[in-house]
Each structure stands twice: as structure tokens, then as C-alpha cells.
Design a protein around this ligand. Sequence first.
Ligand code: DON
Length: 309
Amino acid sequence: MACQRNEELQELLNEAKKVANEGKVASYIPALQRENPDTLSCAIAYPDGQCISAGDIQKNFTLQSISKIITLALVLMDYGSEHVFHKVGMEPTGDPFNSIIKLETSSQAKPLNPMINAGALSVTSMIKGKDATEKVEYILDFVRKLCHDPEITYCKDVAISEFTTSFLNRSLCYYMKGAGVIHGNVEEIMEVYTKQCAISMNCLQLAIIGAVFAGDGICPVTQEEVIPKNVARICKTFMVTCGMYNASGEFAIKIGVPAKSGVSGGIMCAVPGRFGIGIFGPPLNEIGNSHTGMRLLELFQEKYDLSMF
Ligand code: DON
């Protein structure tokens, strides 16, 4: 078991917040830099539907790269693993999340995994729908089901801010399109991708999604299967090997649970068979993971022995 009381969780948050000034809020997507670095919120969702939380849990934030695990689950459910892994690989890169280098040096220009931007863009290019609007709605419907909230939507400001400044991601798309790895209209892929990254929720909703993965695809609120067990297993494996970017190895050693981070400062953990964790702490470390969130997870690990290893 982890924390059972909101007060106990709040004490850990207070401790983790002490390192807030060592991190830096993301600014390369201009709309993200408005966040207050002192914000830190966390929720834990248990498989029986119980939740505990601390900090400003009403505060919404955008999923950014956390959305990559959700779209991966969706395409695996729609097409099966053989089709998906024909277009994106299974190996960690050790490179920053937006790096183009491995596309150039690998023989097929196939992105190495779905957690780096190139791989996530390839996954987004597979999302079903006749146009960007239908594709975004399809992703949103899945997210609404995962966190059992029909109101979930994306933040228009953040989506536009990234869409108008995302030159590197466009380059990744055009490179892959040139190499025949992805097909379709790059502007449409970019529209869907920037909107999926801008999906907005609070840490309680994120913890519930974490609990779905932790519970092999069973929604803790309804006890219904929302993701097949095998898809949840593949997603959790990617969360361990590449979910925290080029700090995934260090994270596996220090914390030892499947996790996915985003540049807005969100971290989702799926502690297998135990619970889901949702964290929002905007200041990032040099790799791009939430600095206060990482500190909080270190405190969890010390106190509740999170590691699955
Ligand atoms: O593609 C991007 O750059 C962002 N929308 C998402 C990047 C991200 O969250 C990586 N994070 N650690």
C-alpha cells in the first residue's frame, strides 16, 4: 500500500516542493511557460476506485508526451501489434525525445520507439478518421473512457501555440514521409498530434488512467475492461524502457515503475497491480521530466517501496 491519507501525501508534496527552484518551466511551446513553478499536485488511484490527493487537484494541465502512451494503446487496439511495429520500433534510443539523428543513421528511417517524437508522430499518422477533426474526436473519446469523464477536451491555446512553432516535429514528419515510413498529409498529422498533446486534465484523472494500465486494462471506476490486457502490458513495457526519455534507465533503477512524462510537468505512473499515480509539477530537469515530480517519486520509493524490481 502507499499513502492512505491526503495529509500524509501533502507532507511529501511539501518536501518535494523544496527543489522547485532547481527546475525550469518549459518555454519552447510558448503557452506552457505561463505555469507557476511552485504548483505541485498529486493523486493516487487504487483499483477499487478509492483515490487520495494533495495540492491543487482542480488545476488542469496538458498531457504533452503522456498522450503518446494513449495513442499507442489506441492503434494497438485498432490494428494489432504486427501492423504497428512494422511502422515503429521497440528499442530505446538514449537520445533526447525530439532528436532526428537515429532516423538518419538507421537503414530504414523507421523511428526506434513510439515514445520519442518521431515514433509518436508515426503512431498519430495511423489514428482512424476521415479528417483531423474526426481523428482528434476519436482520441478524445478514448481518453474520456479511460478516465471516466465525458468532459475531457484539449486546450486550444496550447494546441495552437505548439502547432505554430513546431518546426522540428514537422521536419521529423517530412523526413519520414520522404523515406516512405509515414503517409498522409503532414499538416493534418501535426494538427492531430498537437491537439492530442494539448489534451487537458487534472492529476486525479491522470491517476485513474495510470490505474487502468496498472490494473491490466480494467477501469477502477467501472471495473470494465477498457484496454485489452496484452495492449496494457505492451504499453507498460514501453513506459519502463522509454517512458522517461533518456532518463528511463535511471528512473527504472531509482523508482522502478512504468511511467510516462510530458513537458508540461505531468507524470503518470502505473504501479502494476497496485495503483496509478498522477503528478503535475511544471519545473523540468535538464532531460525534460518534472523535477518536483521526480523528487516526489523518490520520496514515495523511500517510503512505500514502489519498485517492481
Ligand atoms: O512534441 C512535443 O515537443 C511536445 N508536444 C511533447 C513533448 C514532450 O512532452 C516530451 N517530454 N518530456
